[in-house]
Design a protein around this ligand. Structure first.
Ligand SMILES: C[S@@+](CC[C@H](N)C(=O)[O-])C[C@H]1O[C@@H](n2cnc3c(N)ncnc32)[C@H](O)[C@@H]1O
Length: 289
């Protein structure tokens, strides 16, 4: 392999070690990944081919959740742990619906950030914050967030396939967002849970232990608690159920039905739970009788 130029932006970033962000990009069919990422992702796929399907099902859920938010009148998005904004990402869905909609991508991984900045530099309604979401105040105070997001208006906070890479009390990540959101805002979460533990899932967990971000599975009740004070949207349009559902089952599109049907039994889909919730209007501020 030829030596990298002295100005190569990714020198000294530990690219010889697999990284979950870039493994995910590879699983989605993206090109922003390196040999160590591809080897690690291929090792995961060799054990559990469904993980690639689960990654695509997760991205498809993210797109449906953004469309739901747009239908609910939301035009601003904060995508926490966004990954590289390619292969059908939040701002593309939002701007197709309303070109004036605004999106802030937040990620901690330097290669992801560098690629995101390159991809988005000529899009004035989208920008990137490099931050660890374990410090949510830094995200909220960042000048990019302050320029693009008006918290007096509804905002959708996307927290998709990221919290299961964060140890400890992840409600500390979400509580400041729930507090600052205005009524009508939306919280979107997808999270891997251990409800379908198999030899395959144990092996995949072991492989992720080799990355800087091992998996931190949480029980469904722990994931549900992240929506406290919000109203969960039914998982079917017009339905009345309000709980978490597997990633492929939240308001699936016709195009997604193949995913839902063929791999519904996969532990990587059945245990990958999602929820979408709206912040209600406080009772005192509701319309007068
Ligand atoms: C599996 S990818 C999910 C990408 C995107 N949210 C999606 O679902 O399509 C997880 C992303 O979370 C990011 N991430 C992990 N821990 C983070 C942290 N503490 N702060 C910010 N981003 C983080 C990773 O760098 C990676 O890009």
């Amino acid at each position: 392999m030829p030596a990298q130029p002295a100005s190569w932006p990714f020198a000294d970033l530990g690219l010889d070690r697999p990284n979950a962000a870039r493994m995910y990009d590879y699983l989605l069919g993206g090109s922003h990944n390196f040999a160590a990422d591809r080897q690690a992702a291929d090792a995961v796929l060799a054990v559990a081919p469904d993980v690639g399907v689960a990654a695509r099902a997760n991205r498809a859920f993210l797109r449906r959740a953004v469309r739901y938010s747009l239908d609910e009148g939301v035009r601003q998005f904060i995508d926490l742990g966004s990954g590289i904004p390619t292969v059908g990402c939040a701002h593309e869905v939002a701007q197709e619906f309303d070109p004036e909609s605004r999106t802030v991508y937040v990620d901690v991984e330097p290669v992801t950030i560098a690629h995101a900045r390159t991809l988005l530099h000529d899009n004035p309604n989208v920008d990137v914050v490099e931050a660890d979401i374990c410090f949510p105040d830094l995200v909220l105070r960042d000048q990019v967030t302050r320029r693009l997001i008006d918290f007096a208006q509804p905002v959708a906070v996307l927290c998709v396939a990221v919290l299961h890479f964060i140890p400890g009390d992840v409600d500390l990540v979400l509580a400041p967002f729930r507090r600052i959101m205005s009524p009508g805002s939306v919280l979107v979460v997808s999270h891997a849970t251990p409800i379908r533990t198999t030899a395959q899932t144990i092996e995949v967990e072991r492989l992720y232990q080799r990355t800087p971000t091992p998996l931190q599975l949480r029980r469904p009740d722990e994931v549900l608690a992240l929506f406290q004070g919000l109203d969960l949207a039914p998982s079917t349009a017009g339905g009345s159920d309000a709980g978490l559902v597997p990633v492929a089952e939240w308001r699936p599109d016709i195009d997604d039905s193949q995913t839902g049907q063929t791999i519904a039994d996969s532990p990587f889909i059945a245990g990958f739970l999602v929820g979408v919730a709206r912040k209600p209007t406080p009772i005192a501020a509701a319309a007068p009788p």
